[in-house]
Design a protein around this ligand. Structure first.
Ligand SMILES: O=C(O)CCC(=O)C(=O)O
Ligand SMILES: [Fe+2]
Length: 349
């Protein structure tokens, strides 16, 4: 195995963790339109729906990595204020601004999630800066550059996939992402509180924490994270007879983690896979909070797709339905006939 192989590299430190074997896609090659890389990208998007994007040997990739560090520093500082100050920026479920922990269901029935979130809508950044959180507005040049680069990366991936799938010009995925139309595209930074008491729970009851299993709502998700916790469900096909398991997605330095979301699965007539994933607290991280920075590229609000059960749904409506479902406990969702929503119809809630 080569040195850049995520499995050989991480097995040394985490021998007991089952790892997801994901393809590594070189961003520079995607930008240059290399057909071999593009084919590899398509295969990864059809199979796991998860892959790494190597940002190292491209100037735009390096700019993303550099700006991410500055954004993280600013965000960590913001998170360190008292909850009462942060709650002034809470605008409700699925809205821009601050989200406190426990708003969504947790990893198992009866528990709640373990992360706070700051959501910035791309539309606010470009068209309505007065709606931004003040610390973002004070650094608007940085955020504009960073989010523009993240958007370019996500759009390059979409465009390569449209070409790989030989889509006719009027059905290319890019067309559903017209930036002159409103969308729920957002940049978010999640903070998972450290789980210091995880293994000291005397009753062995499930505890609050992590991020419930779900599929993402939009088209392309680009994750920047240097800490463990993200897991992908395997096998990807719910009807497969091979053993089911959760596999860790190892954080690789200087690589983004990309996954496909529901809307792109629907737009591709279910050819591309929108993988089920979750975040679990891990023992090694109990002395520090985990931060995940994510760009969620989403189709414009008026995009119509055939979703769960083949019925038509607007992208905006799918967003609202997912958030209402994320909030509800698994048992409640079943009672309401909504258990397919968090995983986009992939059969596990
Ligand atoms: O925190 C992570 O690693 C992933 C977060 C995630 O899956 C999400 O916000 O949709
Ligand atoms: Fe997700």
């Amino acid at each position: 195995m080569s040195n850049s192989d995520p499995h050989s590299r991480n097995q040394v430190h985490y021998p007991k963790r089952e790892l997801a074997e994901l393809a590594i896609i070189n961003y520079k090659s995607i930008r240059e339109g290399d057909p071999v890389t593009s084919q590899k990208l398509l295969e990864a998007s059809i199979s796991r729906g998860f892959f790494y994007l190597d940002l190292t040997d491209d100037s735009h990739g390096r700019q993303i990595l550099q700006d991410w560090q500055t954004v993280l520093e600013l965000t960590k500082k913001w998170y360190d204020q008292p909850i009462s100050s942060k709650m002034k920026h809470y605008n409700g479920l699925g809205k821009m601004g601050y989200k406190p922990a426990k708003e969504h269901a947790g990893l198992s029935s009866g528990t709640r999630d373990g992360y706070e979130n700051i959501r910035t809508l791309r539309d606010d950044l470009f068209h309505n800066p007065s709606a931004l959180l003040p610390y973002l507005r004070d650094n608007i040049a940085l955020y504009t550059r960073f989010i523009s680069e993240l958007n370019t990366a996500a759009m390059k991936i979409l465009s390569a996939l449209s070409t790989d799938l030989n889509l006719p010009p009027d059905q290319r995925f890019e067309l559903a992402h017209d930036t002159s139309k409103p969308s729920k595209t957002s940049f978010e930074v999640l903070r998972y509180s450290k789980q210091q008491n995880l293994n000291l729970n005397p009753t062995d009851q499930p505890v609050d924490g992590g991020h419930r299993q779900h599929t993402d709502i939009g088209t392309i998700t680009l994750i920047l994270c240097s800490q463990w916790g993200l897991q992908a469900f395997s096998p990807v096909c719910p009807t497969s007879t091979s053993p089911q398991s959760w596999q860790f997605v190892a954080p690789l330095p200087s690589h983004a983690i990309i996954n496909i979301g529901d809307t792109l699965r629907y737009l591709s007539s279910h050819k591309l896979n929108s993988p089920i994933h979750r975040v679990v607290p891990t023992e090694e991280l109990q002395d520090e909070d985990k931060f995940t920075s994510v760009y969620f590229l989403r189709a414009s609000d008026d995009t119509v797709v055939r979703g769960v059960g083949g019925e038509e749904v607007r992208a905006e409506e799918w967003f609202g339905r997912k958030y209402r479902a994320y909030e509800r406990d698994v048992g409640v969702l079943e009672g309401e006939g909504l258990s397919e929503v968090p995983t986009g119809g992939l059969g596990r809630n």
